[in-house]
Unconditional design. Structure first.
Length: 475
């Protein structure tokens, strides 16, 4: 494959291309879904093809082909991209260029004890069935039960006109349980638990990650929600749990640092590097492969989709904005180091600046000390989605929560919605716990530029906020 792709690249260069790269993806998503005792989805897909990214006189264009057995089809895709770049080169407003780099030649194989993609489907069905059985044993007034298992495996090959040749294998697995219970009044309440990342099936034997743990947690949390009170509206002191903090890091803040928004001045922080934007406790990191605070990043991403080795990028340090997340062309425009953040969901899409594993760094408090510092307010846990604007405005709905008085959890809450602007919220952080959680998965992921879902990782500690605006019913 490398030889054929290099032949096409050399032909493109002979026709005037300034730079060409070729990306071969062979991705195999597998999904098992069981709803209310019945398997509703059991499928494996194949997303295989080659995409060509071509630069000519300050313009770039992208084209692809899924006909990988046909060299002429692949060559035509590259020539199509070159033709588009030539046709638009005198019309582009912002010139896109790529500096040459020293070639890299590397092949990486995953080190997984129990690869999910090699396991029989019966083993994965067993995980789902055990989760289902445990949820039924611990739930109350269950209205519906949704069990999900997903995995992604395959290989990626990258080569370019620099002479780089990279081959590596992405992998991810995910196990989730969603329980919906019904109150005596007929209202539905929902709770969920799940875990995943770049792990094999051995991960689901770990304490806290077994099917029994996930099924039990989802059922008991749904049961607790049956008696929960609606969250009061207004501004309150708040404690946000690790996964909700991760969503704040990614959705609310991380997107503001993506370099395509920076070069077009579409981000409110495009000109604020070096400025103090958060409290002294705020340090936010984005990285591909490493271990931090005793935990490895949950998404394995050694190279991005432009053949750049992923780095540890400090986005904010002690509240000061430090860096942005770049592709090769935006890095040149901004005159910054490569961060390895050019990513695409598959061969049919061009790489654009996207996040990898994004998180707040931990502090030194225990959960008990964080609750004590919170005093009276709302403890918000996890999230079931929300909305984010390019200005940093957000609206998130927490899965559940607690009303806290004098550092003690008094009663569970439902309908816990958080709203505000992340740049304001970052100044309100008063404390961070030392417990540190990172998560990723097959389900969900990040969406941008029509590309969804892209696997990402996020997380952090629990954070204490001086003030957060909540929506809900009157207390």
């Amino acid at each position: 494959m490398f030889d054929e792709l290099q032949r096409i690249i050399e032909k493109g260069e002979s026709l005037g291309a300034d730079y060409i790269d070729a990306r071969y993806d062979e991705l195999l998503p597998r999904t098992i879904i069981k709803e209310n005792g019945r398997i509703t989805q059991l499928k494996t897909m194949n997303r295989t093809g080659v995409g060509f990214n071509v630069y000519y006189n300050g313009a770039s264009a992208y084209a692809f082909s899924a006909d990988i057995s046909n060299p002429k089809a692949l060559e035509q895709a590259a020539l199509d991209a070159l033709g588009i770049a030539k046709a638009t080169s005198n019309k582009v407003i912002v010139k896109s260029e790529i500096d040459p780099r020293s070639p890299v030649k590397i092949s990486l194989e995953p080190k997984i004890r129990d690869p999910a993609w090699l396991a029989e489907p019966e083993r994965k069905l067993d995980l789902i069935n055990r989760m289902e059985s445990t949820a039924k044993d611990h739930g109350k007034d269950i209205n519906s039960l949704l069990l999900m298992y997903g995995e992604l495996s395959g290989k990626k090959i990258f080569t370019n006109s620099d002479g780089t040749e990279i081959k590596w294998s992405p992998y991810i697995s995910d196990l989730r349980c969603i329980v919906v219970s019904k109150t005596p009044e007929g209202d539905l309440v929902r709770a969920s638990d799940g875990c995943g990342g770049s792990y094999g099936l051995e991960y689901y034997k770990r304490d806290g990650s077994t099917p029994e743990d996930l099924g039990r947690n989802a059922a008991l949390w749904a049961k607790e929600q049956l008696k929960a009170k609606s969250a009061p509206p207004g501004e309150f002191r708040a404690l946000c749990e690790n996964t909700l903090v991760g969503v704040l890091a990614h959705e609310s803040f991380g997107h503001l640092t993506e370099a395509d928004f920076i070069v077009t001045k579409g981000s409110p922080i495009h000109d604020k590097v070096g400025e103090k934007l958060g409290s002294d406790l705020v340090t936010i990191i984005d990285e591909g492969v490493s271990e931090f605070n005793g935990k490895s990043t949950p998404l394995y991403l050694p190279y991005d989709d432009e053949g750049v080795k992923t780095t540890r990028t400090v986005l904010m340090e002690d509240g000061i904005l430090k860096n942005f997340l770049t592709s090769r062309s935006t890095s040149k425009l901004l005159n910054t180091e490569y961060s390895g953040n050019a990513r695409a969901i598959n061969f049919a899409f061009p790489p654009i600046p996207r996040m990898k594993n994004t998180y707040f760094t931990p502090g030194d408090m225990t959960e008990e000390e964080a609750l004590e510092q919170l005093g009276t307010g709302i403890y918000a846990i996890r999230t079931s989605g929300g909305q984010v604007e390019g200005s940093g405005d957000f609206l998130f709905k927490a899965v559940r929560g607690y009303w806290v008085e004098n550092g003690e959890k008094k009663y569970p809450l439902k309908d816990v919605s958080l709203t505000g602007n992340i740049l304001d919220l970052l100044t309100k952080i008063e404390g961070a716990t030392k417990d540190f959680e990172l998560s990723s998965g097959y389900f969900g992921g990040c969406g941008k530029g029509g590309q969804f879902p892209l696997p990402v990782g996020d997380g952090g500690p629990k954070l204490v906020f001086e003030k957060v605006r909540f929506g809900g019913e009157s207390k």
